[in-house]
Design a protein around this ligand. Structure first.
Ligand SMILES: Nc1ncnc2c1ncn2[C@@H]1O[C@H](COP(=O)(O)OP(=O)(O)OP(=O)(O)O)[C@@H](O)[C@H]1O
Length: 637
């Protein structure tokens, strides 16, 4: 089983049209809030309350301080002074406590939203009926980003958004304060905010462009990092001594990323310095005016305090808004990917305008009628008008050289893809008329690239029919039929043995310690067979190279068992070992995207064509590539 390495994605990711424009941003914000609202209305309401109170507290503190100072200077009554002191203490305490309460609520909201977001995301992913999306590189990038970071973003957007709202409340309070004392100062502060907002927008755009640029470098960096550290690649990486090479490539990508980020950070630093300077000039100028006004008796001591607090507060809050807008923008970009995965339309479309039908038991045949297929519009045709009838209750074998399209046909039978042209008919009804999950209920399959689950032996078999996942006697009987019962029984904990070294057994097996076991390739293959056998009673059994990893004895034995199992049921068998397909009722030879020969073993042998040539070649044990090319000049081996 060859392991194909996945394409990891960067932490940045691509922007899309949906990201751009105020309308898109607003819709995203709404969707993010909606998810948080759905996760916990009560907590969100509490968080909004905290933001409002947190926004009002600093303004209240400034005004109460002014009031207190004015009372003291004017010799106010003790009760009045004490009342103001108490109110000031309360407002200060609230101002100090609210951030901590806000953090707690944010964390809890984040946990709940992530739970709801993940559930929604994995429901959407599980709903993709076919394989096409998983093989689309752009969709893969989006998907991986949505999975890794997407569910956390709605809560981040909400928390940042509410912090911005909180700052805005305080700013409004301070600007009103300033306006009541010196209207021109309020105007100056408001005007001074304009460059800040403009700078923030420019920076946001630069950040988005940089993320787009660095997305590819990010993906490559993660790709090499994963290769170096993953157990799957560990064998080859060590044998071929690849880790240094990959480490150098990884650090090269990382340097590229760092250069880009450093440039952006420097730009941000320059802008922020300029803005801080501007803020200092505004605040300083205002303070000079306030001091002169106090000297001339136009302002009291309390006024100066509240004035200083208001000007400094507005400048600081504008700076904090900058950071929060940036973080919100970043989170929204990632949330875009989440939304696009969650809202992706069905990938396997039903036949237009026709209602879905229940899947009837297969009575007559499955027919591929003039089936053309390619894996993408820019990729070559794999099937170019395949016509083939798979008769109910009979065994059909598919034969052909590597890359002829045998597994592709199997994938079309399982409706993992739809034909590009032509149709697959189930007793005359197009497969696209059936609900895909219902169709799959009717199939049992073992694939060339079968799965080895890091679970117990029993589960590895039972997953073939989840309704009987806990039915130990059914699982054991099936293992017996697949010829792996004895092997499994001899494992340290028999059927409960964990077939992995990846998880600690204590995590999974009720606290009972027992080391996990790793099976050999052939043993895994038997388990995969047993898994398929759990569905032996289904309408169609698909066996794509079911014995590829087995030794000669085991292969013979498995095929004897398969023959018995296939008896009277509908099956499709793919095998390069032609001796194992010779007793199939029908053998179809695929070449150049079409069925070139069809018949039983004797007929095809007598016809003296491709099958006869291949069979004779294998029977004689002669495997010269030259001879293969001579036999099949048009198909690559
Ligand atoms: N997911 C895919 N995306 C693009 N091309 C693919 C994909 N899967 C298979 N192909 C291409 O389709 C062709 C047929 O592949 P397929 O696996 O059906 O052949 P096969 O007859 O089963 O070969 P083998 O005997 O080696 O298993 C090959 O050229 C392969 O490169």
């Amino acid at each position: 089983m060859a392991v194909r390495w996945g394409r990891p994605t960067g932490r940045g990711g691509r922007t899309s049209r949906a990201d751009s424009g105020a309308h898109g941003t607003l819709a995203l914000l709404k969707a993010a809030f909606a998810l948080v609202w759905q996760a916990s209305r009560g907590l969100l309401a509490a968080r909004i309350g905290v933001a409002l109170a947190g926004g009002v507290a600093p303004v209240a503190v400034a005004w109460l301080t002014k009031l207190l100072l004015d009372l003291l200077v004017d010799g106010g009554a003790t009760t009045a002074v004490l009342t103001v002191v108490l109110a000031l203490a309360g407002a200060t305490l609230a101002g100090a406590l609210l951030p901590a309460v806000g953090n707690f609520v944010d964390a809890e909201l984040s946990r709940r939203t992530q739970l709801a977001g993940r559930a929604r995301l994995y429901r959407a992913i599980g709903g993709f009926g076919g394989l096409g999306r998983f093989e689309d590189p752009d969709f893969q990038d989006r998907l991986q980003l949505a999975v890794s970071d997407g569910p956390a973003t709605p809560a981040q957007v909400t928390a940042n958004g509410l912090t911005i709202a909180q700052s805005a409340v305080t700013i409004v309070g301070f600007v009103v304060t300033l306006a009541s004392m010196a209207p021109w100062m309020a105007v100056v502060v408001a005007v001074a905010a304009i460059p800040t907002v403009r700078a923030e927008l420019t920076l946001s755009r630069a950040r988005a462009a940089m993320m787009l640029q660095l997305g590819h470098a990010n993906r490559r960096e993660l790709f090499y990092a994963d290769l170096i550290s993953s157990v799957t690649a560990a064998k080859e990486v060590r044998i071929y001594g690849l880790s240094d090479l990959f480490a150098v490539r990884m650090t090269t990508e990382l340097r590229k990323i760092n250069r880009g980020m450093r440039g952006l950070d420097l730009r941000e630093l320059r802008m922020q310095s300029a803005l801080t300077g501007l803020g200092a000039v505004v605040a300083g100028g205002g303070l000079v005016w306030a001091a002169l006004s106090a000297r001339s008796g136009r302002l009291g001591v309390g006024d100066i305090v509240v004035f200083a607090a208001a000007t400094a507060g507005v400048q600081n809050l504008l700076a904090s808004i900058i950071g929060n807008v940036a973080r919100t923008h970043q989170a929204l970009l990632i949330f875009t990917h989440f939304q696009q995965v969650v809202r992706a339309p069905a990938d396997l479309a039903p036949l237009e305008g026709l209602p879905l039908l229940p899947v009837p038991s297969l009575r007559d045949a499955i027919e591929l009628r003039d089936v053309w297929f390619r894996y993408g519009p820019s990729l070559p045709w794999i099937l170019q008008g395949v016509n083939l009838t798979i008769r109910a209750g009979r065994a059909t074998a598919l034969v052909g050289l590597n890359g002829a399209g045998k597994s592709t046909i199997v994938k079309l039978l399982c409706r993992l893809y739809d034909p590009t042209r032509g149709a697959v008919l189930w007793d005359g009804v197009d497969l696209r008329r059936f609900p895909v999950e219902e169709l799959r209920e009717r199939l049992g399959a073992v694939f060339q690239d079968f799965m080895a689950y890091d679970l117990s032996a029993a589960e590895n078999i039972g997953l073939g029919d989840i309704a009987r996942l806990d039915d130990r006697s059914a699982i054991e009987a099936t293992a017996e039929r697949a010829g792996c019962h004895v092997t499994v029984e001899k494992l340290p904990r028999g059927y409960d043995t964990l077939l992995t070294r990846f998880f600690s057994p204590e995590e999974v097996l009720d606290g009972e310690a027992s080391s996990g076991v790793q099976l050999s390739g052939g043993q895994w293959q038997r388990l995969a067979l047993a898994r398929a056998f759990m569905r032996a009673d289904r309408d169609l059994l698909i066996l794509d190279e079911p014995s590829a990893g087995l030794d000669a004895d085991a292969e013979h034995e498995v095929h004897t068992r398969l023959r018995a199992l296939r008896e009277g049921s509908t099956s499709v068998l793919i095998s390069h070992r032609l001796s194992t397909v010779r007793d199939a009722d029908t053998i179809a030879v695929l070449s150049d995207g079409v069925v070139t020969e069809l018949g039983d073993h004797d007929t095809l042998l007598a016809a003296g064509g491709t099958y006869a040539g291949l069979f004779t070649l294998q029977a004689s044990g002669y495997t010269s590539p030259d001879a293969r090319t001579e036999l099949h000049p048009s198909t690559g081996g």
